[in-house]
Design a protein around this ligand. Structure first.
Ligand code: ZN
Ligand code: ZN
Length: 141
C-alpha cells in the first residue's frame, strides 16, 4: 500500500486527508533511516514551510494508532519512526544512534513468555546494540 491508499482508507474512518499528512507518510514509507519526529519535521518543512511540529506528532500518533507505522522508543532519547508496521528486529549504533533493520524470522517466544509470566503477551521487541561500520572505522583510526 502506498501513502495515498493508506490515507484513503483512513479517510473512510473519518481521518482528515491533508497534503502534509501525505508528505509525512510518503517520507516514512520511502526511507529506511528510522527518522525521529524532528527529522521528519525538517524533511516535510522543506516542501510545506507552514507545517508545525505539532502536526508531525499528531500525524505520527494517528498513524501509529491505526497500525500503519511503528514507534521505537528509547527512554529519554527521541523516538524513531518506522514505515514498516510488521514486527522486525533492529540493530542500533550506541555511538551515533543509527538504527538499521535486521530481517529474520521472528523468534517464537511469545507463548513461552505468556506461560512463565501469566501476562497476555501481545508481542515482543528485540534490539541489538553495537558500533555501526562507520563508527567502527573511526575506532580503528
Ligand atoms: Zn554509528
Ligand atoms: Zn525497521
Amino acid at each position: 500500500m502506498d501513502a495515498i491508499d493508506i490515507l484513503r482508507k483512513l479517510k473512510d474512518k473519518g481521518v482528515r486527508f491533508t497534503p502534509q499528512r501525505q508528505a509525512i507518510l510518503e517520507f516514512l514509507l520511502a526511507t529506511e533511516s528510522h527518522p525521529t519526529a524532528e527529522e521528519i519535521y525538517q524533511h516535510v518543512k522543506a516542501k510545506f514551510p507552514g507545517v508545525s511540529l505539532g502536526t508531525i506528532y499528531n500525524t505520527l500518533n494517528m498513524l501509529k494508532e491505526h497500525g500503519h507505522i511503528l514507534e521505537l522508543s528509547y527512554g529519554d532519547m527521541s523516538s524513531r519512526f518506522d514505515g514498516n508496521p510488521d514486527n522486525h528486529y533492529h540493530i542500533v549504533c550506541s555511538k551515533c544512534g543509527r538504527v538499521v533493520d535486521f530481517h529474520r524470522p521472528l523468534l517464537e517466544v511469545d507463548q513461552e513468555a505468556e506461560e512463565i509470566s501469566g501476562f497476555r503477551i501481545i508481542g515482543h521487541r528485540m534490539e541489538f546494540y553495537g558500533l555501526c561500520p562507520e563508527c567502527r572505522q573511526g575506532e580503528m583510526n
